[in-house]
Design a protein around this ligand. Structure first.
Ligand code: PEP
Ligand code: MG
Length: 357
């Protein structure tokens, strides 16, 4: 069986010829990956001297060695829900505070002083807590992520205490998913303060200056950025959901997968606006959705002003190579033109042309 992840195809009983071709491609890929390893310690600086930060996305603390091996400056997105999923048969459906604390601490210690951005529970829709409990008609629009956490305050406080306790072992940042409303931000921040007070009472240590950020992944959030930058320390753009909600395309529905287009002008505008508004307010802005790890989009994102990328560790060195070969000066004006374009064909052609700069 040949599994071609790039093309998204599986070939059963391949002929000798097909098998040979794939073996050759596999060997070439291994050679390319080895070559990229040489860039592991090279700082991600463009040809015209602009420094870019590259972070890794992880799902479990065991992913940290892979993140370090890719040369990541830290973890830009720890998808904490993976600690809560797949626990069928486990005596407790939800990991308790100590269990969670141990996992967060493990990740923080493994990253050896580098920042670890822990996203609070993003459960529901494509990441169900219990796949057998599917009763919402539109789970992606339902009680998920921060909405679920605010509806289950004890569960949220437990997680916040566990994350805060881990913050005394290294640099931890808290990232809140799926925010759209000011009251959701305010309630989240209030609950973080409540969790801190509970820890003080219990005699536990935590970093009192822990940074709190918002995922910008709902169009409403990208269209009301002053509400976010006023309250939050940093922003992280979740392009996977931002595309889903902007284009009304279910990200896990195969039948509409062809309509899921990161280069749709509406998506590009929302991303560019978020980067601009965040930077104008003096806040760090990252992209942590799949767009950040797509080398074909690295130059476009650089041209939009993005200086912080977070992605699957397997993509990191290829993106770094792209950054090392880029010239921001040249990219900025071309990107501005792309943002003014409305025709899909013209946009994809112009994005391809950025590679030639
Ligand atoms: C995103 O939505 O882009 C994101 C990074 O989060 P997730 O894919 O886990 O929803
Ligand atoms: Mg998301």
């Amino acid at each position: 069986v040949v599994i071609d992840g790039d093309a998204g195809v599986v070939i059963t009983n391949p002929s000798a010829l097909v098998l040979d071709q794939y073996r050759e491609r596999q060997a070439a890929q291994l050679r390319a990956r080895k070559k990229l390893q040489k860039l592991k310690k090279t700082p991600a600086i463009t040809r015209d001297g602009v420094q870019v930060s590259l972070f890794a996305n992880i799902e479990l603390p065991d992913d940290c060695p892979g993140a370090l091996d890719s040369g990541a400056e830290g973890v830009g997105l720890f998808r904490s829900e993976f600690l809560f999923m797949g626990r069928a048969g486990h005596p407790h459906k939800i990991p308790n505070e100590d269990e969670q604390f141990e996992q967060y601490r493990k990740a923080v210690v493994a990253m050896k002083g580098r920042p670890v951005t822990i996203r609070t529970l993003d459960i529901g829709a494509d990441k169900p807590l219990d796949p057998t409990e599917h009763n919402a008609l539109n789970p992606a629009l339902g009680l998920r992520a921060i909405r679920y956490c605010l509806a289950e305050p004890q569960l949220f406080l437990t997680q916040l205490r566990a994350i805060l306790r881990a913050s005394s072992f290294g640099k931890v940042r808290i990232l809140i998913p799926m925010l759209a409303h000011a009251f959701e931000i305010d309630q989240s921040l209030l609950m973080i303060e409540q969790a801190k007070a509970q820890l003080r009472e219990a005699g536990h240590k935590y970093d009192p200056a822990v940074q709190v950020g918002a995922m910008i992944e709902i169009p409403a959030a990208a269209l009301s950025l002053p509400m976010f930058v006023k309250r939050m320390n940093f922003l992280s753009i979740g392009t996977n959901d931002l595309i889903q909600y902007t284009l009304a395309i279910d990200r896990v529905d195969y039948e509409v997968a062809h309509l899921y287009n990161p280069l749709h002008p509406a998506v590009l505008h929302l991303i560019a606006m978020t980067i601009d508004a965040g930077h104008k307010a003096g806040k760090d802005v990252a992209v942590c959705g799949e767009m950040a790890g797509d080398v074909k989009l690295t130059r476009l994102l650089l041209g939009m002003g993005l200086r912080e990328f977070s992605m699957h560790p397997a993509q990191l060195l290829a993106v770094k190579q792209e950054i090392l070969n880029s010239n921001i000066n040249a990219l900025t004006s071309k990107t501005r033109r792309i943002l003014r374009a409305m025709e899909p064909a013209a946009i994809s052609e112009a994005v391809e042309q950025l590679q030639a700069l």
